[in-house]
Write a protein that binds this ligand. Sequence first.
Ligand code: BES
Ligand code: MN
Ligand code: ZN
Length: 465
Amino acid sequence: MAYHFAASADRQTIPIIPIETEVFAAWLKNQGAAMKRWVKSTRFTGAVGSISLVAGSDGSLCSVLVGVDNHQGLWAYSALPSKLPEGRYEIDARMDRASATAVALGWALGCYQFTKYKSNPIGLGRPSLVWPKNCDRGAVRRTADATTLVRDLINIPAEDMGPPELALAARKLAKKHDARINMVIGNALLKKGYPTIHAVGRAASKAPRLIDMTWGRANSPKVTLVGKGVCFDTGGLDLKSAAGMLRMKKDMGGSAHVLGLAHMIMDAKLDVRLRVLIGAVENSVAGNAYRPSDVIRTRKGVTVEVGNTDAEGRLVMCDALAEADREKPALIADFATLTGAARVALGTQIATMFCNDEKLASDLYEAGEENGDPIWRLPLFPSYRRLLKSKVADINNVSEGGFAGAITAALFLEEFVSKRTPWVHFDIMACNATALPGRPVGGEAMGMRALYDVIQKRFGKNKRH
Ligand code: BES
Ligand code: MN
Ligand code: ZN
């Protein structure tokens, strides 16, 4: 993707002047008469996010005023790429390395457009930003590339992003970073012991599969990422409503997140042995569909009664988590668009986190705050485990009563991870419901930057690569 950065300023470069809303009046006092009149007549108040295009005496654009709350924040300038006319711009502010990097990332994320299906994409002539001084361009590119990958994978409709296409995206990533990749497809899932992935995906015309990617030195600390890759969720036989089904192309959002994160880890050559496991399926309806009341013996040996075929995500995840746990990694992180309940609890902008390790949870929370990637923890409340009791099997895939839906889903997953393995589960929305600066409606990465930050701090760089 083109991020619209320019290497250096030229004579036509237009300054972007950040004005902190609180000091707007003081700023205005110091301006010349023409600027004062312009600001007054256009009613520019320096409100956060508002902009004013200012013309010079010859009538050409000479500067852009932007209202900011803290001109060093990630999203401070990220609305600008879609608002400014074509041209070259430079932020007229001193910034330290962290702020310069955050601001450049905000600009890059604000340049994102999903135009794959537009015959005549609008806005081809785009503004470009002169790279802010001292910014970490590698970090900006890495994070923006990962976010673009996540957004694109989610935004592509299910017809063009089924299990094989998702697998192809993983293959491309593996190739780029010299990672090993293995697929277990269709009936081979039964032979290799992934019965839940097979059961959920077997009714679709595109065969279900496990995507298994590994990278890094065998004796580096093991980090394993597990993603929900339900390429479309009809609900199965317990079919969703039309409104409920409409957005379900995003149900592979968790797998998009782990691929984005894997890109960041491999691109930065962190000192980890990375493994990525994705259950890629379509939860479809056909004569061979799995049914409510069926019992599946999972990879771990735990038997599951299918209370509802629409609680398919936890089934797809449980065999992948059991495989992840077998290696006793230093960290397992999973991402899944697992429940509607998570977004009812926390809304659309916060990633819901469950974690069996206090330090990991607090590190993640902190990293979320620092990286503008908000996370909030919900409890793995042991007493609610009883809500998943089954009369015929070891566990039911849905809870009685439907209370605490995100928690009971997390408790279901917890059954497949050993207590000693540090594990974090993200139940995410994976899309923006309304547009915010730098975050257009559609696919979105949530919790990915925070987790990358924690992994990078814990495992650092691998100089031997
Ligand atoms: N993919 C959905 C969860 C979902 C719904 C995510 C809406 C984002 C927005 C998941 O497979 C699902 O259908 N979950 C059910 C579980 C229920 C049957 C226990 C839900 O949340 O309603
Ligand atoms: Mn479902
Ligand atoms: Zn689902």
